[in-house]
Design a binder for this molecule. Structure first.
Ligand SMILES: Nc1nc2c(ncn2[C@@H]2O[C@H](COP(=O)(O)OP(=O)(O)OP(=O)(O)O)[C@@H](O)[C@H]2O)c(=O)[nH]1
Ligand SMILES: [Mg+2]
Ligand SMILES: [Zn+2]
Length: 283
């Protein structure tokens, strides 16, 4: 029999087989493998034991899920958005060829954040929309958007991922609080899980504060659609838009046509990946 993993813990799995939740164990060898079994995996089940993970169409490390059709990056005014995190989430989505949209939650706290995010990411063709899990505003729009697509809500802790799922499905899952003192979220959700009602399938996932860019230095520039579009006008083929002369990207950043902030983060991510590669080579 085949099914899809809806929930995974260290020694057992909930597999959806023909619409029914079946508690399964897994073959030892599958658990030891570094990429193991994750939520979203299609698996072969034999007598309550997962014997095989079928080929994945995509796979992410943060959040640790596979076979998704859409990523909803959830951000909020409190905790403040971490633009590096959004950039990296997006470049991983581009790398895995999965669509990403941005949901700006908690509009009751600061309705202005939406405009800021729209300005930074809307031009890339990313759908940016606002939402308020507290009042339910925008939740129906989200449900329409994700209909028929396995969708993961991803982002920092305490931005309201679980609250959105509670609002969308009238559930009462445990939510955390935004730490008053430092406005940094505590980690409330500890495991990814697929929730499904009437064809809408949302994955709740644990918040994260850091995320690895799953790309090499060579691949990085191509994961920025706005740079890819103009790279043919750079003097050098394969220009990385960092230290090369006569670079179109740098020119457009300078004259304000491309975001200087996003470019600054690009260079940081570029340096981060470059130094990571050196470390790998040393080991
Ligand atoms: N004011 C306001 N608070 C919200 C809204 N959505 C969520 N919150 C609050 O934000 C806090 C964190 O919400 P969670 O849903 O637990 O956040 P999370 O993203 O699931 O966090 P992790 O599970 O730790 O990753 C809770 O106190 C929620 O009540 C909103 O739209 N407005
Ligand atoms: Mg949560
Ligand atoms: Zn260039």
């Amino acid at each position: 029999m085949q099914g899809q993993v809806y929930r995974a813990s260290s020694d057992s799995y909930i597999v959806n087989i023909d619409g029914k939740s079946v508690k399964c164990k897994a073959r030892g060898i599958l658990k030891i493998k570094s990429d193991g079994i994750c939520v979203g995996d299609y698996v072969e089940v034999d007598g309550g034991v997962i014997t095989k993970v079928l080929e994945r169409k995509n796979k992410f490390v943060r959040p640790n899920v596979s076979n998704v059709d859409l990523i909803v990056a959830v951000i909020s005014p409190e905790p403040k958005p971490d633009y590096y995190l959004i950039d990296k989430l997006y470049l991983n989505a581009v790398k895995e060829d999965v669509e990403m949209v941005i949901a700006v939650n908690k509009t009751d706290i600061n309705p202005m954040l939406f405009d800021e995010i729209k300005k930074e990411y809307g031009g890339l063709g990313i759908n940016v929309f606002s939402l308020c899990a507290q009042t339910g505003e925008g939740v129906d729009y989200l449900k329409g958007l994700v209909n028929g697509k396995l969708t993961v809500l991803a982002g920092q802790s305490a931005v309201g991922k679980t609250s959105i799922i509670n609002s969308a499905f009238s559930l009462n899952l445990l939510t955390g609080s935004v730490s008053e003192k430092i406005l940094r979220g505590k980690h409330t959700t500890t495991k990814s899980e697929i929730f499904e009602i009437n064809g809408v399938r949302l994955i709740d996932s644990p918040g994260f504060a850091v995320i690895d860019a799953m790309v090499s230095v060579e691949e990085l520039p191509d994961c920025y659609p706005e740079y890819l579009k103009v790279a043919c006008e750079c003097k050098f083929r394969g220009c990385k838009h960092v230290s090369e002369p006569d670079c179109k990207v740098k020119e457009l950043v300078k004259n304000g046509e491309l975001s200087a902030q996003r470019y600054g983060r690009y260079v940081e991510i570029y340096n981060e990946i470059s130094s990571r590669r050196v470390t790998y080579e040393k080991n």
